[in-house]
Design a protein around this ligand. Structure first.
Ligand code: UDP
Ligand code: MG
Length: 327
């Protein structure tokens, strides 16, 4: 049986952009493929007639499948739904607005054929960007890196292809607050990167504004790392230790030795040192309880303890739920 590739495209209010994208940019590439393919269009609760448009496309083309959400759940969830629906030996995700060029599909497939299990599109480094957007995304990856999430290359996007084995593992993840690309990076596997220039939207307006992006960034920090909590704990520890040493100094210098240096410590100063000491203690205890909460959070996410690379493993017992990707 020949191999099949699934393409997943999330669609939210793209009536102006998608028709052109599909007919002029995507379809010509799909028709050139030497693989069988399916195109899964996930309508994320569009209100602008996108649904009717893609239903029409699906009626004319049996490769096209339409998955319709009852309301808007967001791109991350739409991608997840599409990947769960996909049956291909590889699954490729891309935006509906033409900003991620389908011309590169053969390159993604080539890298996959050469053995990569995740092929990630990285937004070109030389493209024109608003200064704030540029600094924002730089800062995002800096913080992510500082927090111990080292496996994410700056500029990584959802324009990517994953092997069946990655999709299978991804489909087992059950957490709700999810960033698709962050989770995929967490899974591991062999990665390859393709630089591309993020084009202009064919039509319509982007639905991700600053507020949504900011929320997404906070979500990634919280779901991928506990370092922010640790930082407060360390600051607290620093304050406690510093004020303890200072307090000890005051007690010895002023009260035991009678202020030989002549620093003339006043009551309010002593009180401030004492309060700083207590504040430090409070911050430490806060951080500790926050760490407990983060552990509870991690448990409720129910992530698997480890991911096995089944293709590289040998002589394992057959498992009922593992799909054979070499069909
Ligand atoms: N999208 C979605 N649900 C949403 C918002 C966006 O499925 O709630 C889709 C949208 O149709 C597009 C992709 O996600 O295919 C990227 O969205 P957009 O172009 O607005 O974001 P940007 O280009 O700024 O990343
Ligand atoms: Mg876009």
């Amino acid at each position: 049986m020949s191999k099949k590739i699934s393409f997943v495209v999330p669609i939210y209010n793209e009536v102006d952009a998608f028709d052109g994208f599909y007919h002029k940019m995507l379809l010509p590439e799909l028709e050139k493929l030497k693989y069988d393919y399916e195109l899964i269009l996930v309508d994320d609760g569009s209100k602008d007639g996108s649904l009717e448009m893609i239903q029409k496309i699906a009626e004319a083309d049996k490769h096209v499948k339409v998955l319709r959400f009852s309301r808007n759940f967001g791109k991350e969830v739409a991608l997840t739904a599409g990947i769960r629906e996909a049956v291909g030996d590889a699954v490729m995700t891309m935006d509906a607005d033409g900003q991620q060029p389908p011309k590169l599909i053969p390159e993604f497939i080539q890298k996959w054929e050469d053995g990569a299990e995740i092929v990630i599109g990285v937004r070109g480094r030389f493209e024109k960007h608003g200064l704030i957007a540029k600094m924002g995304s730089k800062l995002f990856y800096k913080i992510l890196g500082a927090m111990g999430v080292k496996d994410t290359v700056p500029g990584s996007t959802d324009f990517r292809l994953i092997d069946r084995c990655v999709a299978d593992e991804y489909n087992k993840l059950t957490e709700h607050g999810r960033i698709t690309r962050g989770l995929m990076d967490w899974l591991g596997f062999r990665k390859e990167y393709i630089d591309y220039i993020y084009g202009n939207r064919l039509a319509g307006k982007p639905s991700y504004n600053f507020k949504k992006l900011f929320g997404l960034a906070i979500d990634s920090f919280i779901s991928l790392s506990t370092t922010p909590l640790m930082i407060f704990g360390f600051v607290g520890a620093f304050i406690t230790i510093a004020s303890f040493i200072l307090g000890l100094f005051v007690i010895i210098e002023e009260f035991m030795m009678g202020d030989p240096i002549g620093l003339k410590w006043t009551g309010p100063t002593c009180l401030s040192i004492f309060i700083a000491f207590l504040v430090g203690l409070l911050m430490i205890s806060q951080a500790i309880s926050a760490l407990y909460i983060s552990h509870i959070h991690a448990e409720t996410q129910g992530r698997p303890l480890y991911i096995i690379d089944r293709k590289q493993s040998r002589n394992l017992n057959e498992r009922k739920d593992s799909k054979n990707s070499t069909k």
